[in-house]
Design a protein around this ligand. Structure first.
Ligand SMILES: [Zn+2]
Length: 132
């Protein structure tokens, strides 16, 4: 399934994904992280390699289907863990690598990501994720 790539610097209200603003922000965060990871680890030039664009497409679909929607907690704190195990490892590797680097390149995203981290999971029982 091919996702049209959206120009990076513009928010497209007509995005086919129609994500809520909060999820769109998260999508852009993960997109930026995958870009950094792929560029450094896979030596990609202008576009992610197949593996990484597949990962992004997967992440986008998870966001789209996230049952929390606007209430979505950061994935690390989420009680659902909707990613299938293999992909989850992949995405964790990306976040581990790109997370600190985001501070330099996209400070606003990571800052918001952390601020979001202080919001607790609504209603749902919170579970400490000790396995990070
Ligand atoms: Zn890659």
């Amino acid at each position: 399934m091919a996702f049209t790539r959206i120009a990076h610097n513009h928010y497209h209200p007509s995005s086919m994904l129609r994500l809520k603003p909060r999820l769109e922000r998260e999508r852009r965060t993960i997109e930026a992280m995958i870009e950094i990871f792929c560029r450094d680890r896979h030596a990609s030039a202008h576009q992610e390699c197949d593996e990484c664009s597949g990962l992004l497409a997967y992440a986008e679909r998870r966001l789209e289907k996230c049952p929390f929607q606007e209430e979505k907690p950061p994935c690390a704190n989420c009680p659902i863990h909707c990613y299938q195990p293999g992909v989850r490892e992949q995405v964790k590797a990306v976040m581990r690598y790109s997370g600190p680097r985001m501070l330099l390149r996209h400070p606003i995203f990571i800052l918001r990501h952390w601020i979001d981290g202080f919001k607790s999971v609504p209603e749902f029982h919170r579970r400490k994720t000790g396995n990070s």
